[in-house]
Design a protein around this ligand. Structure first.
Ligand code: ATR
Length: 284
């Protein structure tokens, strides 16, 4: 590294953070593009989040990824917001520039890019889309689905009020129906795509009990969970011969615009990067 080059810093803020794959991913790109810099995990408790972000620019950070449980707090403290952050109420990427904290949401384009890459750009247009969950992640997924052409969306959530709230928010963009959690036959009738946005099925969380019996044979199945890489839902879908998409694609694609904003180069999502992350997941 030349003595005249100031290394750039970025990191991921979460609580806990030890399980994050982001340091591995960004460090791979820094090395690949020969950028003098570092990307570090930052375990920050909720009560320290605001103070942490306030001092980071002075410590040489160009920005940070933000993960659970800080995405709403990051939204609240950002001086500027991009459109996707405004619609989702969540910020997953902070960019520090000229003393200003800019908040962005790259999860929406990350999910859309992963859908296009894995299941094809028209997958949301093919017919009814079923979304499991109505939390923060579901909001981003719904935005991505409506943007990629979904015209009929059915939302199922344990707490129906949250699903009804999302249905109101997206009523202008698509025909949205709320269906009771567990009413799989009504949800799956003619469906072309099923997306799990809940945390169910993630390692350490409760299992997701969905009967795919009535899901049409040509429906694709996506899960935003990536640990385990093949969730029970994806395994059941694969065993029925369905096309599937795991959560790693979204993780990799949401990181692309963040890396570009901090380090000035748009990095590539490659099979090699995926291999690195898959190996880390299977070692864990
Ligand atoms: P995130 O930002 O990751 O979406 P969240 O806003 O807490 O997190 O949402 C979690 C989602 O998982 C919600 O849809 C939640 O359902 P509720 O709205 O009924 O809480 C869903 N979820 C979590 N645990 C669940 C469980 N045991 N059974 C069914 N749904 C569950």
């Amino acid at each position: 590294m030349s003595a005249t080059v100031t290394p750039r810093l970025a990191g991921v803020i979460g609580w806990p953070i030890h399980q994050s794959l982001s340091p591995l991913m960004h460090s791979h790109w820094l090395k690949q593009y020969g950028i003098p810099g570092a990307y570090v995990p930052l375990p920050i408790a909720p009560e320290d989040f605001g103070r942490c972000v306030a001092v980071m620019p002075r410590m040489g950070f160009a920005g940070a990824s933000v993960t659970v449980p800080h995405k709403e707090a990051a939204f609240a403290l950002s001086a500027t917001l991009d459109d996707d952050a405004r619609v989702t109420g969540a910020v997953n990427t902070l960019v520090f520039a000229e003393g200003v904290v800019h908040g962005r949401n790259t999860d929406v384009t990350g999910f859309a890019a992963s859908l296009t890459e894995t299941l094809g750009k028209d997958v949301a247009k093919r017919g009814p889309v079923v979304v499991l969950g109505a939390g923060g992640a579901a909001r981003g997924v719904l935005l991505a689905l409506t943007r990629t052409g979904a015209s009929e969306i059915r939302i199922l959530n344990r707490t129906m009020g949250r699903a009804e709230n999302l249905a109101r928010i997206f009523a202008q963009s698509a025909n949205i129906r709320v269906i009771e959690w567990g009413d799989w036959p009504a949800a799956f009738d003619g469906a072309k795509l099923l997306v799990n946005t809940t945390s169910l099925g993630m390692s350490g969380k409760a299992r997701l009990d969905v009967s795919l019996e009535t899901l049409p044979n040509d429906a694709a199945v996506a899960d935003i969970v990536y640990n385990p890489l093949e969730t029970a839902l994806l395994k059941a879908a694969r065993e029925r011969g369905a096309r599937t998409m795991d959560g790693l694609g979204m993780l990799m694609h949401q990181a692309v615009p963040a890396f570009a904003a901090w380090f000035g180069i748009t990095p590539e999502v490659t099979p090699e990067l995926r291999d690195i992350l898959v190996k880390a997941l299977t070692r864990a």
